[in-house]
Design a protein around this ligand. Structure first.
Ligand code: RUQ
Ligand code: CUA
Length: 660
């Protein structure tokens, strides 16, 4: 209880300190800041910055240093702007073993790596709420795959990757009973477990598949990072709540002085998995893939998972004591130093991989935690950063021997040296920084030019917008000895982690349009002559084409109330940046945004009789406003015949202008 009060006390002190900072905020931006972030019209940014969307469930892409928003990539949440999650083709992407889940809480991102360096192929994203991991293809900036994680809850320590993207990990923030068993919450110690899942990534295609899960004691796995270089075979997870509380964690999970960094030898785990040391457990989890030729997603429910128990697998898992409720677990570019950031600790411990290895060899253990050996703190420790600030959360590296840690409570970024652990510089953030990010700052070769702080609170930083204020990022120049604040830019949703890479790594690999001759969509309409409307029972399939500036067919009659009408729209264009949109009046399925060469489908259920205009929603040409048509919906049981076409329905000779 005491510790809790101290934390609240220090919060009050910080609040006062912050109000002083607020007044001085303008003066911290020095003369050449504007020039450093100015990207002239028509010029490109130097870096792509991918930012997690938090409770928006999606990922946003910014340019650095300008902070300009380039794109929102829909991942775990439906996205009306382009029909993701609404079109028949993309609906299966959001399927889970519990049916469709069209929202999530997206925290962390990781770019794929080869030899510890960014390779610009894929971006991985975690879903915290309904445990899932997504892979985004960086040639299309689209979600290519989503894998649900069984035996998991609060998939937070995810989706970090090993040095050659052999595996992507997923660790549980909330322990749960395995196999969704029904047990009393008070049986936490006995029945609840955390799991660290290892997802295999195919070297060529990027396809993810569940390789194995390591079962760990009931506690909260928070964050993780893979080793590199000498520590290549290892993965490091931070954990809190080793008190194993299941109520009022705020107090009950902050009792112990130290929790752990969990060191997992994934190479050993892989050997154990391959040699039959694990056991297969029934499970049920969705595996969703988007096929770029069929332009369609498929969802398959997987039925089992391979589980490894550290009891049966010696030398696979070790615990390293770490003060106090650690959050970030970050590995420096050399792979030698592991930084554990204790949210409630007054120092930052830095562990040495060499010492950890030696401690294991010499069996310098101080006991066990659920049969897992606990290495002696001092035996693993390189040293401690003293008085770094309050509330350390995350650390990134500049590749020049320096580390940068975000301080949530004292609202600052602190720069310190890995070799002698001396604090070198501190820069205020506005306010309450969570993650920070240096392009490549968690890889072997950071581009140590910029640092971005992702802040939780913005109060007086922007024009006020009612009770809800934006969250924001701040860009710092870190190329000199002192950090220099350059820019504030608002973000979408709540940014947690981000990734950034040099633009050159991906900008020339972009798909410009889809080759229509390779379109394998079941409902492709290859040319206007193939346009068609087919009725089967009360299902009506409309095979429609879109090209500047008309839709074929654009007049449809003979549809009745209660029919399910499927508009399959093929964009016939074969040119970059010419998508067409498609929307029908009163449709609950929002709109489609169809890329050139692609086919997408919207389902429309006619509820009432009447005339329903449909039109292209993307201003595609000078005659975009003309790109529209009419659907006639007649009462159920009427005898209006099926008729459709563009410029083919003859005028009704019995109609008198203005009177019919
Ligand atoms: S978290 S603010 Cu969800 Cu990565 Cu640390
Ligand atoms: Cu097509 Cu506007």
């Amino acid at each position: 209880m005491n510790k809790f009060l101290i934390t609240l006390g220090s919060l009050a002190v910080i609040a006062t300190a912050q109000s002083c900072k607020m007044k001085n905020a303008d003066s911290v931006v020095s003369g050449d800041a504007a020039a450093k972030v100015y990207v002239a019209p028509g010029k490109y940014d130097e870096f792509y910055n991918f930012v997690s969307g938090g409770f928006s469930g999606n990922v946003t892409v910014y340019g650095l240093p300008s902070g300009r928003l380039l794109k929102t990539i829909p991942v775990f949440s439906v996205y009306p702007e382009n029909g993701y999650g609404y079109s028949e083709e993309t609906k299966p992407m959001l399927n889970t073993s519990n049916g469709p889940v069209a929202w999530d809480d997206q925290h962390h991102l990781e770019l794929s790596q080869t030899d510890g360096k960014q390779d610009g192929r894929w971006l991985f994203a975690n879903a915290n709420n309904t445990p899932r991991v997504a892979r985004i293809d960086l040639t299309t900036f689209r979600t290519a795959q989503i894998l649900q994680i069984p035996n998991s809850a609060g998939n937070h320590s995810s989706p970090f990757t090993t040095e050659n993207t052999e595996y992507v990990v997923a660790g549980t923030r909330f322990s749960v009973p395995l196999g969704d068993t029904d047990v009393p919450i008070s049986s936490f110690k006995k029945n609840f477990r955390s799991t660290a899942s290892f997802i295999k990534v195919d070297k060529t295609t990027g396809k993810m598949s569940m390789a194995f899960q390591i079962v760990l004691p009931g506690m909260n796995l928070d964050l993780s990072h893979a080793g590199k270089g000498p520590s290549h075979d290892w993965f490091f997870f931070s954990c809190y709540n080793t008190e194993q509380a299941y109520t009022m964690l705020e107090v009950n999970a902050s009792q112990k002085d130290k929790d752990f960094i969990v060191a997992v030898n994934w190479k050993k785990a892989e050997e154990y998995a391959n040699s039959g040391k694990g056991h297969k457990m029934p499970a049920s989890y969705a595996h969703n893939t988007y096929d770029e030729t069929a332009h369609t997603a498929k969802s398959v429910i997987e039925k089992e998972v391979l589980v490894l128990d550290p009891k049966d697998c010696p030398d696979m898992v070790y615990m390293i004591p770490c003060p106090k409720s650690p959050h970030g677990a970050d590995v420096d570019p050399t792979g030698e130093y592991i930084v554990g950031s204790g949210k409630l600790a007054a120092l930052i411990p830095v562990f040495s991989f060499e010492k950890i290895t030696k401690a294991i060899q010499d069996k310098q253990f101080e006991g066990n935690f659920y049969d897992i050996p606990v290495i002696k703190y001092e035996a693993a420790l390189h040293g401690e950063v003293k008085k770094p600030g309050l509330g350390p959360l995350h650390t990134e590296f500049d590749g020049r021997g320096n580390a940068y840690t975000s301080m949530f409570l004292s609202s600052e970024v602190v720069k310190w040296r890995l070799s002698d652990l001396q604090v070198l510089d501190r820069a205020p953030t506005y306010y309450s920084v969570g993650h920070l990010m240096i392009p490549g700052g968690d890889t072997k070769n950071p581009a140590g030019k910029y640092l971005v702080a992702y802040n939780k609170i913005t109060k007086d930083r922007y024009l006020p917008t009612g009770p809800e204020l934006c969250q924001s990022a701040q860009l710092y120049d870190i190329s000199g000895d002192k950090m220099q604040l350059l820019l504030d830019f608002p973000t979408a949703g709540e940014p947690h982690y981000g990734q950034a890479c040099p633009a050159a790594l991906i900008k020339d690999k972009q798909v410009k349009f889809y080759d229509i001759t390779k379109n394998k969509n079941e409902f492709l309409t290859l040319g206007e002559k193939k346009a068609n409307v087919i009725r089967k029972g009360n299902r009506v399939d409309v095979y429609m084409t879109a090209i500047r500036s008309h839709l074929v067919p654009d007049n449809i009659e003979g549809v009745y109330v209660g029919d399910d009408v499927y508009f399959h729209v093929t964009n016939l264009e074969q040119d970059w940046d010419i998508p067409h949109g498609f929307a029908v009046k009163n449709s609950s399925a929002v709109d489609l945004l169809i890329m050139p060469g692609e086919t997408q489908t919207i389902k429309f259920t006619a509820q009432k009789q009447g005339i329903y205009p449909f039109y292209c929603t993307d201003f595609c040409s000078a005659l975009h406003q003309e790109m529209s048509g009419y659907l006639r919906v007649s009462p159920t049981g009427s005898n209006v015949p099926l008729k459709f076409g563009t410029n083919v329905i003859a005028p009704d000779p019995t109609a008198v202008a203005g009177t019919k």
